[in-house]
Design a protein around this ligand. Structure first.
Ligand code: NDP
Length: 288
């Protein structure tokens, strides 16, 4: 039987609605959560991403601001801006869109963000808190995937989870979140030997490698949950995208599968809104 296709757009709409209701309730009490997105330079993809984030934030009732800086912005100018935003009580979430122009050190810039406002979850304090099981702001893509698993009724506890990819943005935090959710976790990467055999052990297989349709049916245990994080443009087409999973063949083997587009992607922005809401609530001492 073909896998159940997880509708990321629908789940993201539900998460956004949940966040929007909470924002409305806070606003009714005179409190407005605020997100500031900082964009340095004119990378076209970054422009689209930041515009989308800003649009969703506005729709949900956040105070939403985008600060555009030229590609020539100096280290000192950018750090000064971040320090100003750290001190601004109306700003609860700060997101510096990556990649930064090459003369700016991304790690240094991220470290200057107040960890309580680091809604991307990339600050070393949040990374450490994530791995040590403390409350934290977790990176949006993996946190969105965990929300997705919960919503389709997949509890990672006790399951074998395999994460393919070890980036700081997706692979590593995904593994940390699955471990926190009591899965038995394996992290794979470009040096992993016999990747298909390792993947076939997975009850939950998360693929974040950036290689179009690399994972085929031979990587997948029958009935497994397959989460495809990849976003790969198809050369020679205008806007067509494929994931890292070969959807047509894997669909025949898996129990659940996420499509590309319309799977993980929409959850990422919704989770950013959730992180910003949580950061604001913590700022006001209203955290859960
Ligand atoms: P990175 O390029 O930072 O990391 C890719 C990882 O995949 C690396 O750990 C690399 O291993 C591993 N890898 C590469 N080739 C292979 C291979 N042949 N076999 C096994 N492992 C391999 O990518 P990201 O994590 O940033 O992104 C991954 C994908 O997810 C991309 O397509 C990206 O566009 C997409 N993405 C989607 C998001 C969403 O919202 N849906 C958000 C973020 C990313 P090694 O470390 O050894 O080099």
């Amino acid at each position: 039987m073909a896998a159940q296709v997880i509708d990321g757009r629908q789940l993201a709409a539900e998460l956004r609605a949940e966040v929007g209701r909470e924002v409305a309730a806070l606003r009714a009490r005179g409190r407005v959560p605020g997100l500031t997105v900082v964009l340095v330079g004119d990378d076209p993809a970054s422009h689209i991403y930041t515009r989308n984030k800003q649009k969703v934030a506005e729709e949900l009732g956040f105070r939403s601001e985008r600060i555009d800086l030229p590609a020539t912005t100096s280290r000192e100018e950018l750090l000064e801006l971040i320090h100003r935003l750290n001190a601004d009580p109306e700003v609860h979430g700060i997101l510096v869109q990556l990649p930064l122009p090459p003369h700016l050190d991304e790690a240094e810039v991220i470290e200057q963000i107040d960890p309580r406002k680091d809604v991307d979850g990339f600050h070393p304090v949040n990374v450490g808190r994530l791995w040590s099981g403390q409350p934290c702001l977790a990176p949006c893509t993996p946190a969105g995937i965990l929300y997705m698993l919960r919503r389709v009724g997949v509890d990672p506890a006790g399951k074998r989870a395999v994460v393919v990819g070890r980036s700081n943005i997706v692979g590593k935090p995904m593994a940390a979140l699955l471990l926190r959710a009591n899965a038995t976790v394996t992290i794979c990467h470009s040096r992993t030997q016999d990747l298909p055999a390792v993947c076939r052990e997975a009850d939950i297989l998360v693929v974040a490698v950036g290689r179009p349709e690399m994972v085929t049916a031979e990587y997948v245990k029958p009935g497994a949950v397959v989460i495809d994080v990849g976003i790969n443009p198809v050369p020679g087409t205008k806007n067509k995208l494929v994931g890292d999973v070969h959807f047509p063949s894997v669909r025949e083997v898996a129990g659940y599968i996420t499509p590309v587009p319309g799977g993980v992607g929409p959850l990422t922005i919704a989770q950013l809104m959730k992180n910003t809401l949580e950061a604001a609530k913590a700022f006001w001492g209203l955290a859960n």
